[in-house]
Structures are given as C-alpha cells and as structure tokens.
Ligand binder design. Sequence first.
Ligand code: SAM
Length: 308
Amino acid sequence: MPSATPPLDPMPREEILAGVRRFPLWFYPFDLGQGVVVETTESALGKVNPDGYRRKHGPFWDQILAAAGGSLEGLRVLDCGCFQGYWSIEAARAGAKEVVGFDLRQDHVDQASFVAKAIGFRNVTFRRLELFDVEQLGQFDVVLLFGVLYHVDSPIELLRRIRRVTTKLLAVNTDVLPLDEAVIQLRYEDTGMHLNSATGSLVSIPSVSAVVRMLRHTGFGRVRVLPPTTGAYQRWERAVFLAEPHEGPSPEPPPAGVWSAGAEGSKGYGEKKLSWVPSGLDRAPLGAIVARKLRRLFKGLPTPRSET
Ligand SMILES: C[S@@+](CC[C@H](N)C(=O)[O-])C[C@H]1O[C@@H](n2cnc3c(N)ncnc32)[C@H](O)[C@@H]1O
C-alpha cells in the first residue's frame, strides 16, 4: 500500500457508529477510523468475506498506482460511478490533492460523503450526477472509470465525454467478454439493483479488443491492458486498461491496414464481418463452443488479442 495521507479532522467515534447504523448496506470493507471497521454486509452475489474485496481487487489498484509513478501525489482525481466511495478514498490515501466522486444514486452519494467525513478527508467530495453529464465537473488529471463501462448503452459516447475531462491518465476497470474479436454484446440488466445501470436497462459488454478500439477512437493513446492478477481478471471476464489522452489524429490503424486485413477473407471491404466470427450457437460449430467453454474453466487463459 502506498503511504496514506493522514486523516484531517476525524469524526467522533459515536457519530461514526450512528452513521454506520444509518446505512443498511456496506459493500466494501471500510476502516472508518476511531477503531470502527465495517465489514462487508452484502455483495451482488450475497455475503462475502470482508478481506476478500481487497484480495480480489487490491492488486489491480497497486498496478495502477505503479503505472502512475507509485502515488497520486498532488493530482486531481475523478471517480465516475463512485458507489460508496471506496476508490475515491483509496485515491486520497494514495496522495491525491483533490478527489471528486459522482454517482446518480443519491443514497450512494450520501453514504460516500459520510465515509469521507468519518475518515476525515476534507479533500474528497461527492456529487449526484449522470455519467453522460461528466463534462459539468471540469477537467481532472486522473479519471477512474471502475465498474461502469458495462453498465451503459453507449460506451463510445461515454468515453468521448470522458476524454474531454481527462488531462493525464484514464484507468478503466470493466467486465469484458473473453473473446479475441472486437465485439460488444448487448444485454439487459435490472436497474433496481444498486450496482447496475441507474438509467436504462440495455447495457453493453465489450471484449478486450473492443475497449482498446473504443479508447483509441475517442482520442486516447498509449492504451495498455494490464496483466491479469486474480480470479475474474485471470479468466479475462474482467480487465483493466490504462490510456492517456492523445492529441492530434487518432492512433487507429490507417484505412490501408483495415483493407489488407479484410482482403484475407472478406472480399476486401474491411475487416471480417461478424457473421464469420464464432460468437454464438447460431454461428459456431458445437465443437468450437465446447472448446471455448472448457478453456474458460482453467485459469491463466492467454490474453485475448488486444492490439496494444
Ligand atoms: C458496479 S458499480 C461500480 C462502483 C465503483 N466504481 C467500483 O468499482 O467499486 C456502478 C456504479 O455506477 C453507478 N451508475 C450506474 N449508472 C449510472 C449513471 N447513468 N450515472 C451515474 N452513475 C451511475 C451505480 O449507481 C453504481 O454505484
């Protein structure tokens, strides 16, 4: 763990305890200070071990900090879809000068605000805001887009807006399809669940390569896919991307490259059409589907092609 910024102006213990009782759901294991540590009461899948969250997701955060030079010292950080503010607080602990978190669900904003106040981080604030209105918040050195990209219906438009507010580094942590092809699957999800989309129920799950392409298309360069660390990351169902704003022409491949890729098998109009991709029962021979499912059962799958 990087050095924690010492809390400023911590809340009295009794007030912290009253606040903990006020919020019924604790998704993250928070150390609120004054000896009050909240255990995780619920995850999307039920009760989980409080240490499990850090074990599962901690390594990717350490990778991001390492990529940022070991800390977020002196940087302004934006945490999109902040939920209970866990990563906002971690950013403050990593030295960020100022952190703004936002979420469309007011109860999340209230709980995150309570957490920051309890611990004593006065430089961490939370706002109720729709993701697609992110530009209202101005620009930030580092933008965190964790657990959000697969809860929207228009990921390209969201990344385009996020590009406008990012000056140094964007970190994306998202569910992905463990496929090589640059594809996006449309799914419906229950907007009644506190972790899901807070607006429409149609959402889109991208493959690793699709995320890379979307980042390049929306004006990011130096796109990196971080090596997988634990569980879902190793199964390539979850992945972390770092990207830097890119000035000038998009670093997408020139049209000639696309033409030559297409010339191999799709009459030269561009890349292979999706109908040539074994992505569903109607398209793939049964053997290919079974082989893919068997591969997914094992850890340490090869990195899906990602063009980085
Ligand atoms: C899966 S949670 C991710 C929470 C946190 N960033 C993390 O990685 O642990 C998704 C969050 O995005 C918020 N959210 C969903 N749709 C939103 C929208 N359209 N505008 C703002 N927030 C949204 C949800 O309320 C939820 O808190």
